[in-house]
Design a protein around this ligand. Sequence first.
Ligand code: ATP
Ligand code: MG
Length: 440
Amino acid sequence: MPDAAIRVVGILEAEGFEAWFVGGFVRDALLGRPCSDIDIASNASWQQAQALFEAAGFKTHETGIVHGTLTVLVGNEAFEVTTYRRDGAYSDSRHPSSVEFVSSIEEDLARRDFTMNAIAFHPLRGLLDPYGGVGDLQAKTIRAVGDPAKRFSEDALRILRACRFAAQLGFDIEDETLFGMLSNKGIVYRVSAERVTHELDRLLTAPFAGSALAKYVDVLSCVLPELVSMKGFEQHTPYHIYDVLEHTAHVVDGVPAYRLVRWAALFHDMGKPACFFFGKNGVGHFYGHANVSVMLARGIMSRLKMSPTFANRVLTLVKHHDEVVEPTPRAVKRMLARLDGDVELFCALCDLKRGDARGQAPHCAGRIDAAYELEKVLADIQKTNEAFTLQSLAIDGRDVMALGIPHGPEVGKALSRALDAVIDERVPNEKSALLDYLSK
Ligand code: ATP
Ligand code: MG
């Protein structure tokens, strides 16, 4: 418990108000997890709280005063102090049309989403846990506060929050709660794309992302309907022991937990069900599936309003995830050139390839090492400063135009041809040799 947090509560209580630590801070402290934001609930109004903190010499920001929230700065630390409140009627399954300030912490806890998020803590009075949140934390259970169907129908974002917490904590969603989520998933479309993306980002970068994805696919299908055809889709190949969704879940969990590669893992085989056919030998084939996965991923990321720069990087990984790259300098430089020389993207591709191999049948484990080999070759290429981008060529566009090629796309094509020749070691990366090669 940071001293500064105790001071904030102390300042309120010295003037006769009541204050409690609430929300994710209490939950995470009980779980022994680090927590980013500390929320304090109090019966002081935000104006009363502001007057007290400013008199004590602390800066405050009116960050959410419509909802009764004031941010208090103690040194570099920020605390959100929120007046006890009850949310009024919800008109759109997302925003309460009004908030009503109430006098007791119990009423404030009743508006919170899950029992584990409805525990209050006070340094002297201890825990206040009217909904059995501590027991649910011990049992690793996510349970709605109150009637699940009603709680999800008033705020559909809670449906995604439940899946996200399952992915972050490795918890199971309690049956009635899950039923309430399923019966309301049809209204998640009312949640803004930005909020959906924010929750999916947090879900995908969490430690139990893949398992949550597989377990709660029937809920997540409300924002990612493309997952439905992956569920139970058997692959019938010697390389896979899982269906497409289970395999994807293993790949997501098998790649490092950063955003770029986790999104690419989610999408990499999404096109498989659409491309499947039985070969003459009875073995499943998926020719061209990466391109169909790209098409689906593009649609999803545009619908989720993700940044085009990020989306393009994800699409590049999906597109190339299945291409065989031999662990030779030439093959690695060729792939680097296809990635516009983006070394970070190349490493993400190696991460994805390793994850993909981890999600295949055990006898494919050799493919995991193959991706490490590629990174070793990359390191050697970097050490010797070998060319793999147009920028690293000894000639540029002006040199090409001086050969008589007019300004336009032909210049780029000529440079690419020169780069191919350098990568293939047919021509040294020297100006005269390259110009001679191009003029021929
Ligand atoms: P994290 O900060 O890791 O996202 P958190 O539980 O602290 O988790 P916040 O969004 O910071 O989540 O919200 C703080 C608290 O406010 C929650 O613990 C919960 O009690 C309550 N809360 C947040 N969003 C909702 C919601 N949509 N419906 C009901 N209660 C909510
Ligand atoms: Mg929080």
